[in-house]
Design a protein around this ligand. Structure first.
Ligand code: ADP
Ligand code: MG
Length: 389
């Protein structure tokens, strides 16, 4: 993978693909600016070298049409503030009239944000003519949108083939961190996998099992394994059709919960939840978190680890009575990191959990890519990364 370091940038117009698909509230206010802030080192690098920076990003899922509430305009002030410098904006992403004019008017060190790239049907189709229109706008193409690199779109793949290209500093950090844990991890390697559905994590588990010393399973996806082992899981979220498939995964490396926090539904108070051994679940109850004995056993493994990979919460941490399993393991991962382990976390809800528990700065690396991180960890080649070779 070529990077920004391999390209002599000085004064050129750089098309920089970023992932500013930020969460917004009902009033359109950005609720988390991390994705913008993470690109600042690359933008700074380019501004310092007198480049004209043209930012390209998607926002939401407009599916190839203009959707008024998915325009970038209302969040431009937020982007300017986070990047600590003026950001110009045009309400289109290609075309001679508005876009080429705006690019030509840029001074060295200035930044221009183009309109939501997914307003154009050519983007997701990776239409060559659309990629050509994008390529016309710059001299160099850089990609910092790790979160979109599992998609072969015009702004992630098509345009890369048409211009000198490389990874931005964020993309470089992501790829280095994920390669480090997959390709040359210090042993023992402990993976923690949780979350909602085992169907979305089967490829991940299969790819990681041979590479890790221990794989700790929790969250609803462990329920399907428990079911396959003949446990009675009551009303727990399961994917019963996968019970057969998951039996094939069972090895002594794979740890499953031995106790759980259960309730008749997720809306109950802490007093209405019960902690039970895995054989003690009543037919009307569901598993909503791992129990304290499981936490202890998992935390012991984490404490021994030199490399930790974590994707997926251990329970329904969004509700207080079922958050302790996830939070306790977060503390264990933070402690292990303090003691020298290298820890990498990813996944939308996993990242949100580490922020809620206040330990985001106590782990080694938090991936900004949800789906992209999963596919990378599944051992797949990501088209947006391949395109940077
Ligand atoms: P990530 O986004 O980190 O990859 P997933 O999307 O796979 O994680 O799953 C996260 C969701 O799984 C959380 O919203 C959490 O509430 C839910 N979850 C975890 N454990 C359980 C459980 N035992 N029962 C129901 N939902 C669960
Ligand atoms: Mg998720």
């Amino acid at each position: 993978m070529k990077t920004i370091r391999d390209i002599m940038v000085f004064g050129e117009t750089v098309l920089l693909r970023v992932d500013y698909n930020v969460p917004v509230d009902a009033h359109g206010k950005v609720t988390d600016t991390a994705r913008i802030a993470e690109t600042k080192p690359t933008v700074d690098w380019l501004r310092q070298r007198g480049s004209k920076v043209v930012l390209l990003s998607h926002f939401g899922r407009p599916k190839g049409k203009v959707v008024e509430k998915l325009r970038f305009e209302p969040i431009v002030p937020t982007i300017s503030k986070v990047l600590e410098g003026e950001v110009n904006y045009v309400p289109e992403a290609i075309g001679e009239k508005a876009v080429t004019t705006a690019v030509n008017h840029l001074d060295q060190g200035e930044v221009l944000l183009l309109e939501n790239i997914r307003f154009y049907p050519g983007e997701e189709k990776n239409d060559p003519a659309f990629a050509q229109e994008l390529a016309k706008l710059g001299d160099i193409y850089l990609n910092d949108a790790f979160g979109a690199s599992h998609r072969a779109h015009a702004s992630t793949v098509g345009v890369a083939a048409l211009l000198p290209h490389g990874a931005g500093l964020l993309m470089e950090r992501e790829v280095n961190a994920l390669r480090k844990v997959l390709e040359q991890p210090a042993a023992p390697v402990v993976a923690i996998i949780g979350g909602a559905k085992i169907s979305t994590k089967l490829d991940l588990i299969k790819n990681l099992l041979p590479k890790v010393d221990v794989l700790l399973l929790g969250g609803a996806l462990a329920n399907t394994i428990l079911l396959a082992q003949g446990k009675k899981v009551g009303q727990s979220l399961v994917e019963a059709d996968l019970a057969k498939t998951v039996t094939g995964l069972l090895t002594e490396k794979l740890f499953v919960p031995e106790d759980a926090v259960v309730a008749v539904n997720e809306k109950v108070t802490a007093a209405q939840a019960r902690t039970v051994t895995i054989n003690g679940i009543r037919p009307d109850e569901m598993i909503l978190d791992i129990g304290p004995r499981t936490v202890k056993r998992y935390a012991e493994q984490i404490a021994r680890a030199k490399t930790i990979i974590w994707n997926g919460p251990m329970g329904m941490f969004e509700r207080k009575p079922f958050a302790e399993g996830t939070f306790a393991l977060a503390r264990a991962v933070a402690d292990a990191t303090t003691n020298g382990a290298y820890s990498v976390l990813g996944g939308g809800e996993t990242v949100s959990a580490i922020h809620v528990v206040g330990l985001a700065d106590k782990v080694s690396f938090i991936s900004t890519g949800g789906g992209a991180m999963l596919e990378f960890m599944e051992g797949k080649q990501l088209p947006g990364i391949e395109a940077l070779n």
